[in-house]
Design a protein around this ligand. Structure first.
Ligand code: PMP
Length: 284
């Protein structure tokens, strides 16, 4: 059975879904995106994802192709037509189609909207989190506006690929001063040698993860204090725990970084509590 995508007003079989070669998303990565987890038919943290999407659009002065209400309907319809229960929903909005020119068109062009969906095994995500994954540090060669969820993901892809070549699951990016920024598609949290749970402030050129915000809310409920601070790779390697958050990884521990065990090389107690609490939230 072919999957169904939504492309500029129509639900189409994914194999027939096409965008114009002069779409500015294709020509310049002049677009933004969101990725939303779907657990048992529910879009996880949908409103927070839509808030961030509208913020990203505003930062690039792209006019939303439709209001939030109709967009919610399109998203639900894509999930329904694909008959998915657990899935990953992908929304891409580009500035639209115009004759190729770096300058942003002076006339209003309609933004392009593409929604696709693929099956995501959330039980597998939970099992992977409970087993932990490996990381590889990579220089953060991305731009200075990583707060915008831009589709310009080539630096992220190169970093992930370099990490995968070392056998690691995720690339842990570091800035020119040797401080961790975030993962190539995740936010990074550390339980330091001294036992503090820290994560980099979102004001410091990283993406404000929706899962990061959700996990922060969960820590408040569990009365686990969180500090927003930078951490160097050197200190992270001495940490008790490191874990990643994202819509497709809940709170997944890095148990080995650059071949070196983190803590005792197993999933730590803080991550374990957060994984349990996260799935209590999604499955409620
Ligand atoms: N940082 C980057 C660079 C990302 O690409 C992502 C996920 N797309 C995240 C963090 C995590 O964000 P979220 O929790 O909203 O999935």
């Amino acid at each position: 059975m072919s999957r169904t995508a939504y492309v500029n007003g129509a639900y189409v079989p994914t194999r027939d879904a096409l965008v114009h070669i002069n779409d500015r998303g294709f020509q310049f990565a002049d677009g933004v995106y969101e990725g939303i987890g779907v657990r048992r038919g529910n879009m996880v943290d949908l409103e927070a994802h839509l808030d961030r999407l509208w913020r990203s659009l505003g930062e690039l002065s792209i006019t939303a192709p439709m209001d939030r209400g109709p967009l919610r309907v399109v998203l639900s319809e894509v999930i329904r037509r694909n008959l998915f229960s657990d899935a990953f929903l992908y929304i891409q909005i580009t500035r639209g189609v115009a004759s190729r020119d770096h300058a942003i068109p002076t006339v209003d062009i309609p933004a392009s909207l593409i929604v696709t969906c693929k099956r995501l095994n959330f039980d597998g995500v939970k099992n992977r989190a409970l087993a932990g994954v490996t990381g590889s540090t990579q220089p953060d060669i991305r731009w200075g506006r990583c707060d915008v969820k831009s589709t310009g993901l080539l630096p992220n892809i190169l970093a992930k690929q370099a990490a995968r070549k070392t056998g690691a699951f995720e690339a842990i990016l570091f800035d020119s001063d040797g401080y961790i920024t975030e993962g190539s598609s995740t936010n990074v949290w550390v339980v330091t040698e001294g036992g503090d749970l820290i994560t980099r402030p979102t004001t410091d050129n990283i993406l404000a993860g929706i899962t990061r915000a959700r996990v922060k809310t969960i820590t408040e409920k569990l009365k686990i204090s969180v500090k927003e601070a930078k951490i160097s790779i050197e200190d992270a390697k001495k940490a008790q725990e490191i874990f990643l958050t994202s819509a497709t990884s809940c709170a997944t521990p890095i148990i080995v970084l650059d071949g070196q065990k983190i803590g005792d090389g197993t999933v730590g107690p803080v991550a374990k509590r957060l994984i349990d609490a996260y799935f209590q939230f999604t499955d409620a």
